[in-house]
Design a protein around this ligand. Sequence first.
Ligand code: SF4
Length: 391
Amino acid sequence: MLLPMSIPASTKSFIRNAVTKVGGIYIHVPFCQKRCIYCDFYSTTCGLEWKRSYISALKREMRLRRPEIDFSRVPSLYIGGGTPSQLPPDLLIELFQAVQDNYTLTEDAEVTIEVNPDDVTPSLIDALHQTPVNRISMGVQTFEDEMLRFLNRRHTSEQALQAVQLFRDAGYNNISLDLIYGLPGQTFEAWTCDVQQLLKLGVPHLSAYALSYENGTPLYKMLQEGKVSEVPDELSWRMYEYLMDEAAAWGYEHYEISNFAKPGMRARHNSSYWDGSPYLGLGPGAHSYDGKNVRRSNNTSLEEYVSATADVPHQVEVLSREEQYDEMIMTRLRTASGLRLPALTPEQEDYCLQMAEQHLRCGNLLRDGDTLRLSRKGIFISNSVISDLMC
Ligand code: SF4
């Protein structure tokens, strides 16, 4: 059920439902220099004046929403986008100053910023040195320059390699790199080169996503017009299987369907999304969750965001018992830790086990005491296994 967020009772319920388990803070920076053809994340290509207005509005949102959940000790902060590295150094520093004025990060807080490889310059790194950032997330997507150009990415493979080196030289070793597989025309051999190139870099964390054709993107239009075609499922699975095998051989733990980490280097912030912790999302298009049954989504409009005089326009969704159950199935089964059955009510557990029976029988799901998890075979058809277990 979606409620317009001008209803004050909804906000009260958000506060009332807050639980003591603390996740983290996500800040959405909605700026990109240009748009990649596959992307449906909210961002704009607005210029400097808008960036300044955004930072002012962000400070206002932080002040207004400070009491919403007990975030007095914040274990993770994630600055995503969009492209946070498109903020000029002075505004980046101002953003982190505002966080520190309003919240207290724990001493060992994980503080991540997403960057684009071609934004990584000595001046960006100098600015980051003045902030608590200790983890870098960088979208490489592929090391094939021709494919990068086709995707309308701004960087080259050489710039991605240089960016990793610049960060390391500056003492930032906690780096996560993203790849995309199943790109139009991508061969299995091209994918193995991408994976090997990435693994050789030895970064502690990597994420790999199957390309999806999102309605409204230029790539989706190209698909509709027959200008590109999706890679066959068999090829996509082969690519994913290759990644799983190689990542394991290089010492990575496959801890979530799309995420791999060296021991002890799992993304703490993202993990809190999968374990049901509350989180506060700030900025246009950001989502928040009270850790129980209330979700809030800020509207995806920079204009509305900067011109708001009180709380920013948003919507609140109150999850029913069934929706809470579905969320638990969707998030927990994506992880190697799996779904803990005692987290369900007795009725939900009965239903879940009944729905899981066929998948347990044919080995798509494994049961280990009180825990259900996807088997290696089940990971390949995770969407259908998960949807079979949902209400
Ligand atoms: S840089 Fe990132 S957020 Fe911006 S359009 Fe490309 S993929 Fe989307």
